[in-house]
Design a protein around this ligand. Structure first.
Ligand SMILES: [Fe+2]
Length: 406
């Protein structure tokens, strides 16, 4: 144990295999119990946001998670509920998005090949950024791409087709009948097409940070991070996390498979209740079974058994105010259920249209799992849609710092 602790807690490069999983998971637990993260302060810089907070006395825009003074929070909400700010939370940076006009001056970004630069978060708003100076140039809304994309929420991480450059994302319309609209923006024409509009009694509004793209399908997973009744709750709470329901095992993950070539929804299935921020990779495999060719889809992502990991994003936990981090990670051995896993879900597409009963009862299969710290968060790959062995890069959680997921 001592040898492994010395190595994994250092900055060297280490080769770790399945045989090390148990001892390295124990190292993660030991680091948490020893509060090793106290020596790794978190710092973040966002000048415009800090200035706004200083000026207004609180954060006026919809944020991911916020606990504010109850008096300031409640009364300021009442005053500004109907005039929400459009500050972007700067979660993901995207360049040269098709179909979205930029105010960047002619020739901007020529040295990096990024003539248009946008900041995205989990809303339908994109912030236009000068590629040379990073100055804010205003905001764009997905409804400018297509009038039906009028919902307030989206995924911070859209998908791009590596060959065509087409952009894919999801717009969530809240309210009495929550509707997910999955859409494509053509890189060659700039035209936006809605590939599917999904709603119904089993389709709940949820916080979704990313999704999956294969050669022929767009795959949306609605995890167990459900919101309360409608968008009024989010406007009132002014942040997404406080508007979320408590984790409930009966709220299964609902997967929706949409054809990229105009056939709409081709399959639905479910997996046990869980949560994820980040997809990693997705691909199709074609298998022949008794002379019948079937398509299997595989989705890799960073899986959490519950939604509890999102509570680590509160400032008091990140900053360890009044021992909040200690309570969060150690109470009831919380770190055991907060440990992420790299998971692959596999599902065989039906040969014909599913009946409503089949759609409600079909299930995916978890075919492998790699636990943290051998897999971590913020995964990336150099090329999406690879069926062969890929090498995702991620940040392992070793219990040396309080994680902040973007
Ligand atoms: Fe992210």
């Amino acid at each position: 144990m001592g040898t492994y602790e010395m190595t994994l807690n250092s900055t060297r490069t280490h080769r770790r295999a399945a045989g090390h999983e148990q001892v390295d998971m124990q190292l993660f637990a030991d680091n948490i119990c020893k509060e090793a993260w106290k020596d790794w302060p978190n710092e973040a810089g966002a000048d415009e946001l800090v200035e706004t907070i200083k000026k207004k006395g609180w954060r006026t825009s919809v944020s991911f998670a916020q606990r504010s003074d109850p008096c300031v929070g409640i009364f300021a909400k009442a005053q500004s509920m109907f005039a929400p700010s459009h500050l972007n939370n700067n979660v993901a940076l995207h360049r040269n998005l098709p179909g979205v006009a930029s105010e960047a001056p002619p020739g901007a970004g020529h040295r990096t090949g990024s003539s248009k630069l946008f900041l995205a978060t989990d809303t339908s708003i994109l912030q236009d950024i000068n590629p040379d100076t990073l100055e804010s140039l205003g905001s764009r809304n997905q409804s400018q791409l297509h009038p039906d994309l009028d919902g307030p929420l989206s995924c911070a991480h859209p998908q791009r087709d590596p060959k065509t450059g087409d952009l894919f994302n999801v717009n969530l319309h809240l309210g009495r009948s929550p509707t997910y609209r999955l859409f494509r923006v053509s890189a060659s024409t700039g035209i936006t097409d809605i590939l599917a509009a999904v709603s119904g009694p089993d389709i709940r509004p949820a916080y979704i940070h990313s999704f999956f793209l294969t050669e022929n399908y767009l795959i949306l997973c609605i995890p167990s991070s459900h919101f309360h009744w409608d968008d009024a709750k989010i406007l009132w709470e002014r942040n997404l996390l406080d508007a979320m329901k408590s984790f409930d095992k009966s709220n299964l993950c609902r997967w929706i498979v949409v054809d990229r070539h105009g056939k709409g929804v081709v399959a639905r299935f479910s997996t046990p209740a869980a949560f994820f921020f980040h997809s990693i990779n997705a691909f199709e495999e074609h298998v022949c079974d008794e002379n019948i060719e079937r398509t299997e889809i595989c989705m890799d992502y960073i899986h959490f058994d519950t939604t509890d990991i999102m509570l680590s994003c509160y400032y008091d936990v990140i900053l360890n105010r009044n021992d909040a981090a200690k309570k969060y990670w150690l109470q009831d051995d919380a770190y055991e259920r907060l440990n992420p896993r790299l998971v692959r879900q596999r599902f065989t597409l039906p040969l014909s249209r599913q009946t409503p009963r089949e759609a409600a009862t079909a299930t995916g299969m978890e075919v492998f799992s790699i636990p943290n710290p051998h897999a971590g968060e913020l995964p990336t790959m150099t090329e999406m849609g690879r069926a062969e062995a890929g090498f995702p890069i991620a940040v392992g959680l070793h219990g040396l710092h309080a994680p902040a997921v973007a």
